[in-house]
Ligand binder design. Structure first.
Ligand code: 2HG
Ligand code: ZN
Length: 461
């Protein structure tokens, strides 16, 4: 029998597409974490902003919790619906609405996949520079909700830097037109930036106006093999001052083993403890020579023991697979993820302590480190061994995360660099944000969502 709330929703929003198909509940109720059992009330697929507003007005009147939903590639449970929520999928709102050649700004609906945004920019001879492995599946609305980072932050910053305008539907169904593409606007609080990274707790992102930039110059892609983490920091310090970096990513032999087992090809004969995948501007001979000189210097210092330059775009893609294939290759182990950041200057000191902590805490678990070293952002994936029960594994990892959170606090770092707090990290929010900050966040949330229906239980309770 149909839930009477859905009959009421259908009456309140005529023409709204709704699904209660078991396959849809399962699919739209989860994200890439695979840790919570999906149990949404139903999935709503609004066709336009007016329908989103009508759904939110209805939900706030009825007290029904709503989970805004993009590509659900999140890794913190921010888009999980495990408690009878209505999932509000932006998937049908996936159109590029327009491009202004004078402003160089692209306006898209929130459900547009990141890759489609990048392609629309490219079609205008420009670049939307935020980029990461899930580009084909994630949506721009989700990117905005988590202030997503990725592999080009070192050059271009996070999603936040590129959002010139944002349309947001609040918990009461009000439509806010924030920023409006203005370059200058000194007229009080910039609510746009509150919504960015709010994980759908302050409103539903329905439309974004994005800044674009000039395409990147031709790059040299280089995979380096390194003997130690100390060498990694030396190589980074050397390269960043001699070339214009487009990316500087690292992984270890442990991650390499998984990604190779998953089909990525490996260019070296021997296996090494650390790897860097870097890209830097190589538009002319001078830039190419600077890159080569940096490489040779690192080799001479013993910071690098081997290296391979991509000779073609196809080879560059192969090298990138070693880094971008990591998340997928680890997924079968249902890893417990930490996504942490510290200031780059603090990284060596923090890492020495963090590595010691994790080695002691997880002697029996496999731990895979990788990430965006140039942003001070490390990803730690703890693999769940066969035979260890879910609850035991999560409890143990949660306890270690508490210790890691203390260490991060001591070093002024963050418990979530780019994946968001969601459900997974909310117990540790206090290590990164002060009680006064959290109290203010609660107050802001209560103002923008007085009925408490927007993604409840996410970020904080
Ligand atoms: C990446 O950098 C993503 O590849 C995912 O942020 C990280 O799977 C992870 O832990
Ligand atoms: Zn990342």
């Amino acid at each position: 029998m149909t839930d009477p709330r859905l009959t009421s929703l259908q009456t309140a929003v005529p023409g709204l597409r709704l699904s209660t198909e078991p396959g849809d509940l399962e699919h739209y109720g989860r994200d890439w974490t695979r840790r919570w059992t999906p149990a949404p009330l139903a999935i709503a697929f609004p066709a336009d902003v007016a329908q989103v507003q009508a759904v939110m007005r209805w939900a706030s009147a009825q007290g029904v919790a709503v989970v805004p939903s993009g590509g659900r590639t999140g890794l913190s449970g921010g888009a999980v619906a495990a408690r009878g929520e209505l999932v509000l999928s932006l998937e049908r709102m996936n159109k590029v609405l327009g491009f202004d050649p004078v402003d160089g700004q692209l306006t898209v609906q929130a459900g547009t996949p990141l890759q489609a945004v990048q392609e629309a920019a490219q079609a205008q001879g420009l670049l939307y520079p935020v980029d990461f492995g899930s580009r084909g599946s994630c949506s721009i609305g989700g990117n905005i909700a988590t202030n997503a980072g990725g592999i080009r932050v070192i050059r271009f910053g996070n999603t936040r830097e590129w959002v010139a305008g944002l349309k947001l539907v609040t918990g009461t169904g009000e439509l806010l037109d924030l920023g409006r593409g203005l370059v200058k606007n000194s007229s009080g609080y910039d609510l746009r930036h509150l919504a960015i990274g709010a994980e759908g707790t302050l409103g539903v992102v329905v439309e974004a106006t994005l800044r674009l930039t000039r395409p990147l110059p031709p790059a040299q892609t280089l995979l380096l093999a390194l003997p130690s983490f100390e060498a990694l920091m030396q190589v980074f310090a050397h390269f960043r001052t001699r070339v214009d970096l487009q990316a500087f990513e690292f992984l270890t032999d442990v991650g390499l083993r998984h990604v190779r087992a998953h089909g990525a090809s490996y260019p070296f004969d021997a296996v090494h403890p650390y790897y860097v995948l870097t890209e830097y501007d190589a538009a002319d001979e001078a830039q190419q020579a600077a890159g080569l000189a940096a490489f040779e210097h690192c080799l001479a210092q013993g910071w690098v023991v081997d290296g391979v330059q991509a000779a073609s775009e196809a080879q560059a893609k192969q090298l990138w697979r070693l880094r971008e294939g990591l998340t997928e290759s680890l997924a079968p182990y249902r890893p417990y993820k930490n996504d942490i950041s510290v200031r780059i200057a603090v990284l060596p000191a923090f890492l020495a302590q963090a590595q010691a902590l994790l080695a002691e805490a997880y002697p029996q678990f496999e731990v895979v480190w990788f990430g965006h070293i140039g942003d001070g952002n490390l990803h730690i994936n703890v693999l769940q061994p066969a035979g260890v029960a879910d609850a035991d594994f999560v409890a143990q990892c949660g306890q270690v995360t508490g210790l890691l959170a203390d260490l991060l606090q001591a070093h002024g770092g963050s418990i979530s660099a780019e994946h968001g707090i969601g459900l997974a990290k909310k117990d540790y929010l206090g290590s990164t944000r002060s009680p006064a900050e959290v109290a203010l966040m609660r107050g802001i949330r209560a103002v923008m969502d007085p009925a408490g229906i927007l993604n409840p239980g996410k970020l904080f309770d």
